[in-house]
Design a protein around this ligand. Structure first.
Ligand SMILES: [Ca+2]
Length: 210
């Protein structure tokens, strides 16, 4: 990838700088600075390494579900503890336990939630998800999984397909940084459909990288 910016300085003498970012293979990305002035023969280049700050992470209580239902509430009509947070899903993202939230056709929704503290620095919420929701009765966007903070939807996943691999999502919660909030994964079905939305490895990170 190559990007180019032009900067004109106001100090004398006037230089025109061309900034070019060069990234080659797995080598360290390099910033190439070239400049020219009224003496073209003075063209020169400076190469500077770009230091990439690592993405820090922090956990939320039982974010990988390996302690079963600890820290989480499962909600829905006729839902008992362990109906969603289970160890019998065939393909967990980590360990043996996941939250397999199914909007049962009689109840039309299902959810898990807990109250969490959003870190001031690691305010990006990250999680992995899996969908099983091919449904002939409800094509398109009438089935969905929502990530909600204090009841406000911060992400919508429309459910009309079956996953072939786990996907990661990242949501910036900077507006809630430093606060304790209610985090909820909420799955909505209908009277004909019972989509499955599986969540695993919920945590915070310091960058938006997926
Ligand atoms: Ca797990």
């Amino acid at each position: 990838m190559e990007t180019q910016n032009q900067v004109r300085l106001t100090d004398r003498p006037v230089f025109i700088f061309f900034l070019v970012v060069i990234s080659i293979g797995t080598q360290i990305p390099t910033l190439r600075i070239s400049y020219a002035n009224s003496y073209p023969e003075n063209n020169q280049f400076i190469y500077l390494p770009i230091v990439m700050k690592p993405c820090d992470t922090s956990i939320i209580p039982n974010g990988n579900f390996e302690q079963g239902v600890d820290a989480w509430w499962e909600k829905g009509f006729y839902v008992l503890p362990g109906d969603y947070i289970r160890s019998d899903f065939d393909n967990p993202h980590s360990g043996e336990w996941v939250a397999a939230i199914r909007a049962k056709w009689l109840t039309e929704f299902g959810s898990i939630e807990q109250n969490v503290s959003v870190p001031s620095n690691n305010h990006y919420l990250a999680y992995w998800y899996w969908v099983e929701a091919i449904d002939m009765w409800c094509p398109g966007r009438c089935l969905a999984a929502y990530v909600q903070i204090n009841g406000t939807t911060v992400r919508t996943h429309y459910l009309s397909y079956d996953s072939t691999e786990w996907q990661k999502d990242v949501i910036d919660l900077i507006g809630y940084a430093g606060q304790t909030v209610n985090l909820r994964f909420y799955v909505l079905g209908n009277t004909h459909s019972s989509p499955l939305f599986v969540v695993d490895d919920v945590f915070y990170q310091s960058c938006p990288t997926k």
